[in-house]
Design a protein around this ligand. Structure first.
Ligand code: FAD
Length: 343
């Protein structure tokens, strides 16, 4: 029986950062790149830069390291991994940043009727898309049902008091997975660092989550390209100017495995307990923060094009969606997205 775990082009972002015409650059530009969260980060600064490059990179790495220590399910000793391992129902202290992510996730979870669900971890791991080992075969319905019994946003409580933020679960097997929001959170951390340093012209990204402000080396708006939804090419589907906002794309076409000709995406429908299986292949969201955009893109992806577009319109979200058709792809967007579109 053919079973291939073809995690296609892992960690390649569905968004491209464009800084065209380098030889026409008239303003100094600092370019810093590195690895974090199983993917890459990039910081591009234009205009006068007074920062010491090496020192700035150290600060960036330290910020992202802290984020990994807080919310990574790929680090056994992170705050989140310790919470997941614990079977206690007592409130456990968590860092402020992690509380902000969970608060956003709970709100988007409610708004998407639990389609975006950070307690989906047991299912993500069962299907082989988490830090655990890959499955040797497609999980049985029995295994899926068992994992689903440990899923449910209602079992997770976040409280805040003078002493700090506290996270609590009333289901011992609850496992929180913040992977879908981590890149957005990371991009926001980088944008906040730029703001603290008084840097006003930057383009920062962690994986597929991006923030930008001001202009590039040519004095033009930074341009971010949404890629065509295939795992074969880096062709541009649309170009946007973020105008200080955050952007994130969720896609079912870059991280999947195949068995017997059937593709299994890493985005799981918490309702069925199975990878999504519909014609919506890519959702891009622009929002005031990259965290917000990163939360919405996966939630809308789970819902499928019809429900996603309806919800995006109700919520007034800037959303660009690409669906598979019989002879190619079709794109649709909300009016709010058009305001960011360059071409
Ligand atoms: P997105 O579409 O943004 O999210 C998909 C992911 O969200 C799935 O892989 C799953 O984890 C989760 N998910 C699936 N369905 C749902 C749902 N319905 N609701 C909510 N969430 C859902 N990867 C490594 O290989 N090695 C590492 O060391 C590593 N470290 C990491 C550290 C941190 C702090 C974080 C946040 C992630 C890390 N990752 C690591 C994971 C990786 O970088 C990506 O975050 C992950 O592959 C998914 O991101 P994405 O943008 O590709 O997909």
């Amino acid at each position: 029986m053919a079973y291939s775990f073809a995690r296609s082009l892992p960690f390649v972002a569905a968004l491209m950062l464009l800084t065209a015409c380098d030889n026409a650059t008239t303003r100094p530009q600092m370019d810093i790149a590195g690895k974090t969260m199983g993917t890459f980060y990039s910081v591009k600064i234009s205009g006068e830069v007074t920062e010491n490059r090496q020192q700035l990179q150290q600060e960036i790495d330290a910020l992202l390291e802290q984020a990994n220590d807080d919310i990574s399910t790929y680090r056994a000793d992170s705050v989140l991994s310790r919470f997941n391992r614990s079977h206690s129902s007592a409130p456990q202290p968590i860092p402020r940043g992690m509380a902000d992510i969970i608060l956003t996730a709970q709100r988007i979870g409610r708004d998407t009727h639990d389609a975006m669900n950070i307690t989906v971890g047991p299912l993500v791991n069962l299907w082989g898309f988490g830090p655990d080992k890959r499955p040797v075969s497609v999980p049985s319905q029995q295994q899926i049902d068992a994992a689903k019994r440990n899923v449910g946003l209602q079992h997770l409580t976040l409280t805040s008091n003078a002493q700090g933020e506290w996270l609590q679960k009333d289901l011992p097997g609850l496992y929180v997975d913040l992977s879908t929001l981590g890149e957005g959170y990371g991009a926001d951390l980088l944008a906040q660092l730029m703001a603290r340093k008084g840097i006003t012209n930057y383009l920062v990204s962690v994986g597929g989550a991006v923030r930008s402000r001001g202009v590039n080396g040519q004095g033009q708006p930074w341009r971010v390209a949404i890629q065509k939804p295939t795992d074969q090419e880096n062709a541009v589907q649309a170009l946007v100017d973020l105008q200080g906002y955050g952007i994130s794309t969720a896609g079912s076409y870059r991280n999947y495995f195949e068995q017997n000709g059937q593709r299994y995406s890493h985005i799981i429908d918490p309702n069925t307990g199975r990878p999504i299986n519909h014609r919506l292949v890519s959702v891009t969201v622009i929002a005031p923060t990259a965290l917000e955009a990163d939360g919405w893109d996966s939630g809308l992806m789970v819902l499928g094009s019809e429900k996603a577009m309806k919800l995006a319109e109700q919520q007034g979200l800037a959303v660009y969606m690409i669906s598979k058709t019989d002879d190619g792809f079709s794109a649709q967007m909300t009016p709010q997205f058009k305001a960011f579109l360059l071409q």
